[in-house]
Design a protein around this ligand. Structure first.
Ligand code: AGP
Length: 616
């Protein structure tokens, strides 16, 4: 997600801001920019890294004691110089940096266009900035009041910092839903200085006195004085606390590793990927990429899903979901195989390309070939503006934020949520499911972020389980129906994080050979939550127990039957079997993580692996 840094005090501001942006690089970004205020407001920004921005600054006069900088993770508008932050208002007087999503920006933009405003970018940020300017001009009020009025109309999440060329000794900031930390320091002359940032990593080397700004609060820093207010213009008493985290820990949000941080982000990322799309009360799903091409999608003669690795596992689950709900034939292909064989592609075919990075070479080439043969390409991508998102005819972003850990976790569950939304929209349009089933799934999908939060409470017990099984040489992961691809994903996580050989299999396939592997040293992880295959998987567990296999079972709350048969159990919240993979995967992610830690593995950067396989 985006990173913001600002400084106002007596020191040279630009070195502090640029260094601060580098401290935030771990958050993932695609462009960077800086605004300086010294009589005049100057903005430099470009697509690329902070180092690329610094190159453009070489030789320029960067003298200023007020500056703010931004690293952008694109959500609206692809990565480009013009979409980078800071943005400047139409009258040139204001500059703003923003982290978050303004959900009603299209409404605000149309009002402004109607008033004659033009825009230099595709971002929601520029819309909000001109909305603030418009209010200030029309109401004849100050910037602080204009911001307060504007924020009362805004829906979505934001942390923003504003500069006003006419008030060079002031910064105004506000937050709702995205983090903002303010450091209060003293420079070498004992003068108060303020540091603002998305987290404490750009601040901690200057001061440990910080304020964590809360939702719906504004901060006005002027002439060395900080005032904290709410949107009702009431002055609040800031709670200043002492920061006790070290830099490395701050970058990981206090977690020991990015992988664990990202596993624990899943309730929020599941909420974010559904935000603005699912309204379970109204019973509506909004997804422009589907709506604008609904004819092509609902009339598809078949859907071919193309992906690699974990994304391919998401494709397998999507196959079950789409065929059940939409009654459209689905095939799931490894991109690396699809690109080299001579697949039959018909004009009415729809290709769904699933990719976290949007840069996986095999997937890019595979969909390029399909596109040449007339297929319609729909991308389910996490990285906005990535290659696959640009090749696709349409798509939906998963909005899981940057995934730093090499093992994909939060992106996977976000893919499942988005693919479910796509299937539900097509099925609803086709009339291939009842309204009762449709509304029931919307209601259950709405509960998933909270149920994911409950599932994460298993962390400590799964860490204990990991200690028990960390010395296993092999492992089997078994599931049926929707839980079969979950078994594959659990096995992949264990392999790539702990280097233990693991295989995922349909549980019923054991008797066709793999059961020969079973003995009293082999852990067999069953993904066996209550679903239409439940009674069958109970038999499969009995087959393993009869051969002295060690059974670890992921089960639904209250399932005493399997609990009595198993050596260890992981109890997850109940949900519709179609949504169960989202929850059932989480304990398997945690199991792989904790076994990897117990074995001393580098869980964020496993050996031999890259985060994005951009070569074949
Ligand atoms: C996931 O844990 C793996 N690191 C890997 O399989 C990954 O899913 C695969 O390389 C596909 O990447 P993509 O989703 O960025 O296309």
């Amino acid at each position: 997600m985006c990173g913001i840094v600002a400084y106002i005090g007596s020191r040279e501001a630009s070195p502090i801001v640029l260094k601060g942006l580098k401290r935030l690089e771990y958050r993932g970004y695609d462009s960077a920019g800086i605004a300086l205020l010294n009589q005049h407001l100057t903005i430099y920004k470009k697509k690329g890294k902070v180092a690329d921005l610094e190159e453009t600054l070489a030789g320029r006069n960067l003298h200023a004691q007020v500056a703010m900088g931004h690293t952008r993770w694109a959500t609206h508008g692809e990565p480009s110089d013009r979409n980078a932050h800071p943005h400047r208002s139409a009258d040139g007087k204001l500059a703003m940096i923003h982290n978050g999503i303004i959900e009603n920006y299209t409404q605000l933009k149309s009002e402004l266009v109607h008033k004659g405003y033009t825009f230099t970018s595709d971002t929601d940020t520029e819309v909000l900035l001109n909305f603030i300017e418009d209010i200030r001009q029309n109401n004849g009020c100050g910037l602080e009041e204009a911001l307060r009025i504007a924020l009362k109309r805004v829906t979505g999440a934001y942390v923003l910092i504003l500069m006003d060329e006419d008030q060079p000794d002031m910064l105004i900031a506000a937050r709702k839903g995205s983090p903002l930390v303010i450091g209060i320091g003293k420079d070498e002359h004992g003068k108060t200085e303020h540091f603002l940032a998305s987290d404490a990593s750009p601040i901690v080397e200057y001061t440990r006195e910080v304020i964590y700004v809360n939702d719906h609060e504004l901060v006005i820093i002027k002439a060395g004085e900080l005032v904290l207010k709410n949107l009702g213009n009431e002055t609040l008493t800031p709670f200043v606390q002492r920061l006790d985290l070290e830099l490395a820990a701050i970058e990981k949000g206090g977690y020991e590793h990015f992988m664990l941080k990202e596993i624990f982000e899943q309730p929020d990322t599941l909420f974010d990927c559904l935000r603005g799309r699912l309204d379970s009360q109204k019973g509506t799903l909004t997804m422009a990429g589907v709506e604008n091409h609904i004819g092509q999608l609902k009339n598809a003669s078949r859907i071919v899903i193309v992906a690699c690795g974990t994304s391919w596992h998401a494709g397998l689950i999507a196959e079950y979901i789409i065929e059940e709900l939409c009654r459209i034939p689905v095939e799931v292909e490894y991109a690396s195989e699809f690109r080299y064989r001579n697949p039959v592609i018909n004009k009415g075919d729809v290709i769904i390309a699933i990719s976290q990075s949007g840069e996986t070479a095999d997937t890019i080439v595979a969909i390029g070939k399909a596109k040449e043969q007339g297929a319609f390409i729909f991308g389910v991508i996490n990285a906005v503006g990535s290659s696959i998102s640009r090749i696709s005819h349409a798509g939906a972003y998963t909005h899981a934020g940057p995934e730093i850990g090499v093992a994909s976790t939060k992106a996977f569950t976000a893919q499942l949520a988005i693919l479910t939304v796509i299937a539900l929209k097509i099925a609803h349009e086709k009339g291939s499911i009842s309204n009762t089933r449709y509304r029931g799934l919307l209601d259950e999908l709405h509960k998933i972020p909270q149920k994911a939060r409950e599932t994460l409470l298993l962390n400590d017990s799964i860490r204990d389980l990991a200690i028990k099984y960390k010395d296993a040489k092999d492992a089997l992961y078994l599931g049926r129906g929707y839980n079969f691809p979950v078994a594959l994903e659990g096995a992949l996580k264990l392999k790539e994080i702990s280097y233990i050989h693991a295989e995922g299999y349909p549980a019923a396939e054991m008797k066709h050979g793999p059961i020969a592997l079973v003995d009293d040293t082999l852990p067999v992880i069953f993904v066996a939550t209550k679903d239409s295959c439940y009674h069958k998987i109970v038999s499969n567990i009995q087959e393993i127990k009869a051969r002295k296999g060690l059974v670890i079972a992921v089960i639904s709350e209250g399932d005493q039957t399997i609990a009595n048969m198993s050596d260890d159990c992981i109890v997850v919240p109940e949900t519709d079997e179609l949504l169960a993979p989202i929850l059932n995967t989480i304990p398997l992610q945690l199991l792989a993580y904790h076994i990897g830690i117990a074995k001393g593995c580098d869980v964020d950067k496993p050996r031999n692996l890259a985060k994005s396989v951009t070569v074949e």
